[in-house]
Design a protein around this ligand. Structure first.
Ligand code: WT7
Length: 654
């Protein structure tokens, strides 16, 4: 990683002069789950605060210790406590008389739907837990899950949690190679997959990737296959087992065993811009405590009345914490959607919000910018008045996208919670609270109660308000990663060696005059132009604030005179046409918003941007294009044809 002295960057003070402010709606604030008192309470005694939050869960053996930090940075939370995660997410709600409450409204892409109550979910999880055990999965064994967005994915994860077998969910969009390296790294003995899933209006096969991956994974004993599409599927006798055949004949009663709070719950591989993927390890009690608390606090969830929808994929940590563990631990009713937002039409999301009366929506900036590009008239055709809280996650949200989200989806009424966190943090860390915080478009603002974060300079000194630097977390938190699977040294090197006793998140950030935190993207994405540090995020936001621009990705390309030169790739809004005049206007616009130093040297109009399945722009690939190199590894792209499309449209470099 390049070392950058962001704090010395005077131009930062000029960037993003965002002055719009939005107070919480009075009615929401008056009835909010969490008020400003929580900050004071956590500040007075952080560990006592988390010990209280842990009581949200049902423990088979109550913990007497909160944090064991005797061997930092290897944390143990609630270490002498015992609990079963699946029991907490399912059984206890049924025992409390809520068995008839809908847990999942499933909406398949082709239009099929299923309603699953907590009582039904309990039966399904119990049968699946028996099935895992019949197939020889014991406590501690790893299980790989490679499924589309269907309820069986939730059932499979909970069944693993129930028997104490850590799961490793791999994105359904990943290639056979990516799956195979993850199965090997975790040494999984069982794989759960499906014949296929529906995406973009047609069945897409999944099982062939597993068949191919397993050629190099001899330790896998069985493959459990869910029938989703009914497409023809190759079969290995003795190894492959149909999910429906084995689960159907199991008992719906399964006694949940209590697991130690530090028992591994799951491994999730981060895509990582460099090096081989890291298996991020999360454990049981602390993880579930923070997933549950944050879901309750940040979305102001009222489980009796809210209909919650997180549009992430379960192959992403957002799906783990805010589709499976947080919402179900809280007894929420949620929507789960299998497919893409433009199938069969660009209003599909809004049709779903209207159909189920969704009240809380959690999605990503990349999706929001896509909706902006498709046009305001599309959401306007649907009744979105049920919505009361909107969330954003995955990357910094440009102020224009934030305001568009609030106005066109939230009807100008809803608070927006811009939630900063990472696969490694397990749960939300920095975010407004919808009933408390006066929000600022583009800023994640404040650490949650019980969370300690700040911004430091190159030497690790906290920067004053109004300055930029690196985001660090200064105290351990319950849902923190415990290590990198099988590689403690990599855990130390990646997160704990850059600054003494502080967790290095890898993100650039600045504190504004009020001390609120603005995320500036990965530090690897900071450009150095004529000795000035300029964040890709801020140039992108400046471009998106122009009425003709829907989306932008900015990279620093090596430049003989300036060190790096700013190259921007933009997607225009539907109505705009590409011209030299428009490009010149966009360059001037950036200069006006951010200052002449941030003016892009080149602006290229494209129709798509290369993104990972979790919606992150792969700037590394755009840098290859900007520097006229052969494009590098594209295997983690959501759509691997995008780079060809971009390159075929480009003029020769000047
Ligand atoms: C990285 C973590 C958190 C779950 C999804 C992504 C970026 C995430 C925000 C936000 C600015 C954000 C950061 C972070 N990021 N949320 N609200 N504002 N940046 O998990 O794939 O582990 O990525 O996503 O750069 O470090 P992930």
């Amino acid at each position: 990683m390049r070392s950058v002295a962001l704090s010395s960057n005077e131009s930062l003070a000029n960037l993003l002069k965002e002055e719009r402010r939005f107070a919480p709606p009075a009615a929401l604030a008056a009835a909010a789950n969490v008020t400003a008192d929580a900050y004071a309470e956590a500040k007075a005694d952080r560990l006592a605060f988390w010990a209280t939050q842990a009581r949200r869960l049902n423990w088979a053996k109550e913990p007497t210790e909160t944090l064991d930090w005797s061997n930092p940075p290897f944390a143990k939370w609630f270490a002498d406590g015992e609990l079963n995660v699946a029991y907490n997410c399912v059984d206890r709600h049924v025992e409390a008389g809520l068995g008839d409450r809908v847990a999942i409204h499933f909406e398949g892409e082709p239009g099929d739907s299923r309603t699953i109550t907590y009582a039904q979910l309990k039966d399904e999880v119990s049968r699946a837990a028996h099935a895992l055990q019949e197939l020889g999965v014991a406590k501690g064994d790893r299980v790989a899950i490679y499924l589309p967005m269907i309820p069986e994915a939730v059932v499979a994860m909970l069944a693993c949690a129930r028997v104490g077998a850590p799961h490793s969910v791999v994105f359904g969009g990943f290639s056979a190679d990516a799956v195979s390296s993850r199965i090997q790294d975790a040494d999984a003995k069982l794989v759960i997959t499906a014949d296929g899933g529906y995406r973009r209006g047609k069945p897409t096969a999944l099982k062939p990737a597993i068949d191919e991956a397993l050629q190099s994974c001899p330790q896998v004993e069985h493959v459990l296959v869910v029938r989703r599409t009914g497409q023809e599927t190759a079969w290995t006798e003795g190894r492959d087992v149909w999910w429906h055949e084995i689960t159907e004949r199991q008992s719906a009663e399964h006694t949940p065993e209590a697991h130690a709070a530090e028992h591994p719950l799951f491994i999730l591989y981060t895509s990582g811009t460099t090096g081989k993927p890291k298996g991020i390890l999360h454990t049981t009690g602390g993880y579930l405590t923070q997933a549950s608390y944050t879901h309750h606090a940040v979305f102001d969830l009222k489980p009796e009345t809210d209909v919650y929808w997180c549009t992430a994929d379960i192959g992403w940590v957002t799906g783990h914490s805010y589709i499976v563990y947080g919402p179900l631990a809280n007894g929420a009713t949620q929507v789960m959607y299998e497919g893409t937002p433009d199938t069969p039409h660009q209003g599909r999301f809004w049709e779903i919000v209207q159909k189920y009366g969704v009240t809380i929506l959690y999605t990503a900036p990349t999706a929001i910018r896509t909706f902006m590009k498709w046009g305001d008239d599309i959401p306007a055709k649907f009744d979105l008045t049920s919505l009361r809280v909107l969330g954003s996650v995955g990357e910094p949200i440009n102020p224009e996208a934030w305001v568009w989200y609030r106005d066109h989806i939230g009807g100008g009424r809803t608070p927006i919670v811009d939630t900063w966190w990472q696969t490694e943090t397990g749960a939300m860390m920095i975010t407004p609270l919808p009933g408390v915080t006066e929000t600022k478009p583009g800023s994640a603002q404040v650490p949650l109660p019980g969370i300690a974060a700040t911004v430091v300079d190159d030497e690790g000194h906290e920067v004053p308000n109004g300055s930029g630097g690196y985001l660090v977390l200064t105290e351990p938190w319950p849902s923190m990663l415990r290590t990198v699977w099988g590689d403690d040294q990599r855990y130390l090197d990646t997160y704990w060696s850059r600054f003494k006793d502080r967790y290095f998140a890898g993100d650039g950030a600045k504190k504004d005059e009020d001390g609120d935190i603005w995320l500036l993207g990965r530090v690897d994405d900071v450009m150095l132009v004529s000795g000035h540090n300029i964040s890709t995020t801020e140039v992108e936001s400046a471009l998106v604030s122009h009425p003709q621009v829907a989306e932008a990705a900015v990279v620093g390309a090596t430049d003989a005179t300036t060190g790096q030169a700013i190259v921007a790739f933009v997607i225009l809004r539907g109505s705009a046409t590409d011209s030299a005049e428009l490009t010149a206007e966009l360059r001037d616009h950036v200069a006006k918003v951010l200052g002449p130093i941030a003016k892009p040297k080149r602006i290229l109009t494209v129709s798509e941007l290369p993104k990972t399945r979790s919606g992150k722009i792969m700037r590394r690939l755009l840098r290859d294009v900007a520097e006229n190199r052969a494009v590098g590894d594209v295997t983690t792209l959501a759509d691997t044809t995008v780079m060809d499309l971009i390159q075929s449209k480009l003029p020769a470099a000047p």
